[in-house]
Design a protein around this ligand. Structure first.
Ligand code: OTU
Length: 636
């Protein structure tokens, strides 16, 4: 192999792999499949290069490649024909998810609908709302009662028995697809539950499976790692390791019953690739790649967002391009904004949560000042083409203040003290706060703290403060209009409040995120069509925003341009398309605010506000916004 270029090496490797597959009885017929061959030709070199970079130092890397491609081939042969058709359709329309018609919703199967049959029964409601993307929270088999809301998976091929079966999941995916709704599930691939078969084998001392995790006989290496790693769930345990009954130490970033997988072992990569492809063949269209920052560990580093973490994701992406091309990844990286964007690329994750916009929307509500949010839109919003944000107001998780301290410093703000202010404000320890949040993972050693609470409770509906309804609609108007996929935490559209009963549930009491994971609020939903009630007013406001978004083509695509309002209370941005420009203005103040006429010098006089349908003359006195008012102005 001396002096071969990397291209030639990859081609030689592909020939070697194909010969092995041809010789095997198992899946040789795949080589006659035109679609498979084309996609393999396009993607093999990328996959091979990454694989050799990660595992080439091992003697068995060629065998591992053969095993991996055989797995991919098998998966393609098993893929249902309706999915193969959709694969082709999506290859022809690769940016389908950037449409202004896209709308996401997320819920827990058990808490929102009882079980999978209950979710099926809610499809008419999802259509009424306009959902095209449904994220069901983790629903696979996991230990009871402690499972971190399903993020401790025991078996990726078995649905939690109380929720249904894998066949029901597949049928539900098909039915949702028939109704134009893409099913989204988590790929919890950084860790498994300690009751997963691999973990049980490892705990029993099996050598092969001990290598699936980061297990060490004594504290030497754990101590070295922990000198640079961060504590993510410090309420549960200190450091990154927990002790096994036999005295060994196993890596556990999150809860002690979630053990981090060892991706430096190619067997782990292949095993998880098998689970991913299995789920793809059920008709899952988008995978929420959980906790991506943590998947690679290297001593003397923070063990977050290492280059190899990106390579693992790219390799998984490549496998899908070959054997499940319609699949799209969404990155879940709730970290520094510089790191968040690192995962966003069509070759890695097409979509990403937008934790910065989410957190700074709340920040602006608390401060009544849009400077930080505006700066974030200006400098951190636009993504590589074909990639999009998932814009959310609340999720099942806490709010973390992940803004960049350097960005804050440019605005003459100190990140540390500002986070302290925000934490105090949102847990109602600041005079005059309208928010009713609860601290999450309050760490006195580092002063780190995050916030739990529902949208409505954080916006002032629970404390019955003036402007609560307007604040809820204001924050949703931002998520609905900046571009990408807006994601509704279901229940928010009827203003669901904090549920403090989690305190009485022993398996939840220690985790304040349960305060914003209430069961289906049937009473509020029953009032949603009654406009004299609060749930009815929230619902009317949010559904109006949804309709408007779907009929405003300027809101498609991810790009925006900032509009300088010269009034710190008022956020401004423009969305452009070949149809025209929509200028969004949002007043975060509790008082009226003016955007003066000279700010519109470049724009024409009388325009329509899409929100109210009224015509406004911007060249007269400028635009006067009521407290918390937002307008979407269309310039032709
Ligand atoms: C994710 O979140 C999930 O969203 C959580 O619900 C899980 O508990 C966790 O992983 C473990 O599976 O720390 O507070 O980006 O912020 O990955 C939530 C880093 C979390 C973490 C994020 C994690």
């Amino acid at each position: 192999t001396m002096n071969l270029t990397s291209d030639q090496q990859a081609r030689a490797a592909q020939t070697y792999v194909e010969d092995k597959i041809d010789a095997s009885k198992d899946c040789a017929q795949v080589l006659q499949d035109r679609d498979f061959r084309t996609r393999l030709d396009v993607n093999f070199a990328t996959l091979y290069t990454i694989f050799i970079e990660l595992y080439g130092h091992r003697g068995d890397s060629m065998d591992e490649i053969v095993n991996l491609i055989s797995l991919v081939a098998r998966s393609w042969l098993d893929r249902p024909v309706d999915l193969k058709n959709l694969d082709r359709e999506r290859e022809r329309d690769p940016e389908w998810y950037m449409s202004n018609k896209m709308l996401g919703g997320v819920c827990y199967v058990d808490r929102y609908a009882g079980d999978l049959a209950g979710v099926w029964a809610k499809i008419p409601y999802f259509k009424e709302l306009g959902l095209t993307y449904l994220h069901l929270m983790p629903l696979f088999d996991c230990p009871e009662p402690l499972n971190d809301g399903g993020y401790a998976v025991t078996n990726y091929r078995k649905v939690m028995p109380s929720l249904g079966t894998i066949d029901q999941l597949k049928d539900l995916a098909t039915e949702l697809r028939r109704n134009n709704i893409s099913l989204v599930l988590d790929m919890v691939f950084n860790h498994t539950s300690n009751e997963h078969e691999w973990a049980k084998q490892a705990a029993a001392g099996n050598r092969e499976y001990s290598d699936y995790y980061w297990i060490f006989p004594d504290r030497t290496i754990p101590d070295a790692f922990e000198s640079t790693t961060r504590e993510v769930f410090p309420d549960d345990h200190r450091g990154s390791f927990i002790r096994l009954p036999d005295g060994r130490w196993v890596w556990s970033t999150f809860y002690h019953f979630q053990w981090d997988l060892n991706y430096s072992n190619p067997a782990v990569f292949r095993a998880m690739a098998g689970e991913l492809l299995f789920l793809s063949n059920l008709g899952i269209e988008v995978f929420r790649m959980d906790a991506v920052a943590f998947i690679w560990k290297q001593i003397h580093t923070r063990c977050e967002s290492l280059p190899e973490a990106h390579k693992i994701l790219r390799a998984f992406n490549c496998l899908c391009r070959i054997a499940a091309p319609l699949v799209v990844f969404k990155s879940e990286a709730i970290v520094h904004p510089d790191e968040v964007v690192g995962y966003i690329d069509r070759k890695e994750c097409h979509l990403s949560y937008n934790p910065l916009q989410m957190a700074l929307t709340w920040e602006a509500l608390a401060t009544r000042d849009t400077s930080m949010l505006s700066q974030a839109l200006e400098r951190r919003h636009n993504l590589p083409s074909g990639c999009g944000w998932v814009n959310y107001v609340r999720s099942h998780d806490d709010i973390g203040w992940t803004f960049s301290d350097d960005d804050a410093a440019e605005l003459h703000m100190d990140g540390f003290s500002h986070r302290r202010f925000l934490n105090a404000f949102f847990v109602n320890r600041h005079p005059g706060s309208f928010a009713r949040g609860i601290p999450f993972q309050d760490n006195p050693r580092t002063s780190d703290c995050r916030i739990s609470g529902t949208t409505a409770s954080l916006a002032g509906l629970e404390s019955a403060q003036e402007g609560a309804l307007e604040r809820i609609l204001l924050v949703y108007s931002i998520a609905m209009s900046t571009g990408g996929i807006p994601l509704i935490y279901l229940g928010d559209e009827v203003g669901v409040l904090n549920d403090y009963s989690y305190i009485d549930e022993p398996s939840h009491a220690h985790d304040s995120r349960w305060v914003h994971r209430p069961v289906y609020p049937a009473d509020r939903y029953a009032l949603r069509t009654n406009p004299t009630t609060l749930p009815g007013r929230v619902f009317a406001g949010i559904t109006a925003l949804i309709q408007l978004r779907k009929s405003t083509p300027e809101l498609a695509s991810g790009r925006l341009d900032c509009f300088y309002t010269a009034n710190k209370h008022v956020l401004g941005y423009e969305k452009k398309s070949q149809h025209g420009i929509v200028l969004c203005l949002a007043n975060f103040s509790d008082h009226p605010a003016l955007v003066s006429r000279d700010r519109f010098a470049a724009l024409q006089g009388v325009v329509e506000d899409l929100i109210t349908g009224h015509m406004l003359d911007v060249s007269g006195d400028g635009i006067q916004l009521r407290a918390h008012q937002f307008v979407w102005l269309r310039f032709e």
